[in-house]
Design a protein around this ligand. Structure first.
Ligand SMILES: Nc1ncnc2c1ncn2[C@@H]1O[C@H](COP(=O)(O)OP(=O)(O)OP(=O)(O)O)[C@@H](O)[C@H]1O
Length: 234
């Protein structure tokens, strides 16, 4: 589903690559944690999958297609197949919950009838039934992230990328979000989640790919993550 073939990404401003000769295969239906300290390359990985940036060397494949060969006019189609969730939710502040989710369907030309039918179902999937008319500022952080997840999955993407989705949430709320991501994955969506939250990684027991200074240093099925080895050592 996602393949990195010897991918190096160097930003113009820095000599040290953000990703350094990364080769990785993520199959359809997998749930993968991408872990590593701040600056290890997690967000760069996500940006390359979305073709928001280009690899300096090597090739990135999404659903069998080398993204370097996708012309710019077809990049929206690539991104339509990929839902994205961020740490800071990124909701439209002046739109209701319903409108935030509906917006993702409007931009790809779905009819009002289909939107009216689909959005409540998706809001129920993330546990937000009955909150359609709330504004984002009337929601807790966990609820806002649920809206963001609903928006990311409403068009049924094959891939969901989550960049530190629990970074702003307390542990209990975070586990609620993880249950939702797990359900989405069990329904067939490939999930890649960047995080440095070791508690979450160690509770979920999924595949763990660890990056350090842009290199994959570990790739374990049902892995764990020791996020702060210096703390443990000390
Ligand atoms: N647009 C950019 N221009 C220059 N350097 C960048 C850019 N984006 C990231 N970098 C550098 O690339 C490296 C990897 O950054 P990246 O954001 O991928 O790490 P990360 O693991 O996602 O970190 P975090 O957990 O803090 O988000 C870092 O050294 C960072 O400073």
């Amino acid at each position: 589903m996602i393949r990195f073939d010897d991918v190096t990404k160097t930003y113009d401003t820095t000599a040290q690559p953000a990703l350094d000769a990364v080769s990785l295969d993520i199959d359809r239906g997998e749930f993968v944690f991408l872990v590593g300290a701040s600056g290890s390359g997690k967000s760069t990985f996500i940006r390359l999958v979305l073709k928001e940036d280009r690899a300096s060397r090597g090739a990135v494949y999404v659903a069998g297609q080398n993204v370097a060969n996708i012309p710019s006019w077809r990049v929206p189609r690539l991104r339509r197949g990929i839902g994205v969730v961020f740490q800071d939710f990124r909701l439209l502040p002046n739109k209701t919950v319903f409108a935030n989710v509906a917006f993702a369907m409007q931009v790809i030309g779905r009819s009002r009838a289909v939107i009216r039918e689909t959005v409540p179902d998706v809001l129920a999937t993330v546990g937000l039934e009955g909150k359609d008319n709330r504004m984002p500022h009337e929601l807790s952080g966990g609820e806002q992230q649920r809206v963001a997840i609903a928006r990311a999955i409403v068009n049924r993407p094959g891939i969901l990328l989550a960049d530190e989705p629990t970074g702003n949430l307390d542990p209990t709320t975070s586990m609620g979000i993880m249950k939702i991501l797990d359900t989405i994955n069990q329904n067939g969506t490939t999930v890649v989640m960047a995080t440095h939250d070791d508690d979450i990684v160690n509770t979920m027991r999924k595949r763990v790919v660890e990056l350090r200074s842009g290199s994959v240093v570990r790739d374990d099925a049902q892995g764990i993550y020791v996020g702060r080895p210096e703390v443990l050592a000390g």
